[in-house]
Design a binder for this molecule. Structure first.
Ligand SMILES: Cc1cc2nc3c(=O)[nH]c(=O)nc-3n(C[C@H](O)[C@H](O)[C@H](O)COP(=O)(O)O)c2cc1C
Length: 187
C-alpha cells in the first residue's frame, strides 16, 4: 500500500501534523509512505498511489493558495480518471479554535470527490476525537508558542494523536481495498 502525503506549511505547524499522519500510517504493515511539501510534490507521482492525504493551513476558511495552485495541476489526472478509487483524507491547522478548520477540511475534500476518490474521516470511537476532533479529517488549532499557553499546547498534542489515528485508518482502509482489487481482478 503506497500513500502520498502532501502539505503546505509556512511556520511548520501543518508540517508537524503531516508528519504525525505519516507516523500513524507507517505503523500499518506493508505501508510505504511518501511525504512532501507542496513545493516539492510532483502530481505525476499520485497515479501510483493507493492513498492520498493532503492538507494546509486554513486561510480564511479554505485551502491555502500554495496547495490550491498544486491541486489545480490535477486536470490531466482528472481527465483520464487516474485518481478514481484512490483512498483520500485531509487535514489542516488554524490559528484559533473557531478559525474555520471544518470549513477548510470540507473545502479540501471537494476536489478529492471530483477526482472520484473515496474519502475517509475519523469516527467518534477514537478517544481524542470524541471530545476534540472532527469527523471530516484532522483540523488542529496551532499552539501559541510565544505565550506557552498550556491549553493550546495540549490541544495541539491531541491533534497530533488524531493525525496518527487518521494516518493509520487511511493506511488500513487502502490496504484492504487494494487487496480486494487484486482478488477481483479490477484496476
Ligand atoms: C492568509 C492567511 C489567512 C489565514 N486565515 C486564518 C483564518 O481564517 N483562521 C485562523 O484561525 N487562522 C488563519 N490563518 C492562520 C493559519 O491558518 C495558522 O497560523 C496555521 O496554523 C499556520 O500553519 P503553518 O504553521 O503550517 O504555516 C491565516 C493565515 C494566513 C497567512
Amino acid at each position: 500500500m503506497k500513500m502520498y502525503i502532501v502539505y503546505d506549511s509556512e511556520a511548520g505547524h501543518t508540517e508537524q501534523l503531516a508528519r504525525s499522519i505519516a507516523r500513524g500510517a507507517e505503523r500499518v504493515e506493508g505501508a510505504e509512505v511518501f511525504i512532501n511539501h507542496v513545493n516539492k510534490a510532483n502530481v505525476k507521482d499520485l497515479e501510483d498511489m493507493d492513498a492520498i492525504i493532503w492538507g494546509c493551513p486554513g486561510h480564511f476558511g479554505t485551502i491555502s493558495s500554495g496547495l490550491k495552485e498544486w491541486i489545480d495541476k490535477l486536470g490531466y489526472l482528472w481527465a483520464n480518471g487516474k485518481l478514481i478509487d484512490k483512498v483520500g483524507a485531509v487535514f489542516c491547522t488554524t490559528a484559533t479554535i473557531h478559525g474555520g478548520s471544518e470549513a477548510t477540511l470540507l473545502n479540501l475534500i471537494t476536489p478529492m470527490l471530483h477526482q472520484g476518490m473515496m474519502i475517509v474521516g475519523l469516527p467518534a470511537n477514537i478517544p481524542e476525537n470524541a471530545l476534540y476532533g472532527s469527523y471530516y479529517g484532522v483540523g488542529v488549532t496551532s499552539p501559541v508558542e510565544d505565550t506557552h499557553d498550556a491549553l493550546s499546547q495540549s490541544l495541539f498534542a491531541k491533534g497530533l494523536a488524531l493525525g496518527e489515528a487518521l494516518g493509520a485508518r487511511v493506511a488500513k482502509a487502502a490496504t484492504i481495498y487494494a487487496a480486494g482489487k487484486t482478488t477481483q481482478g479490477s484496476n
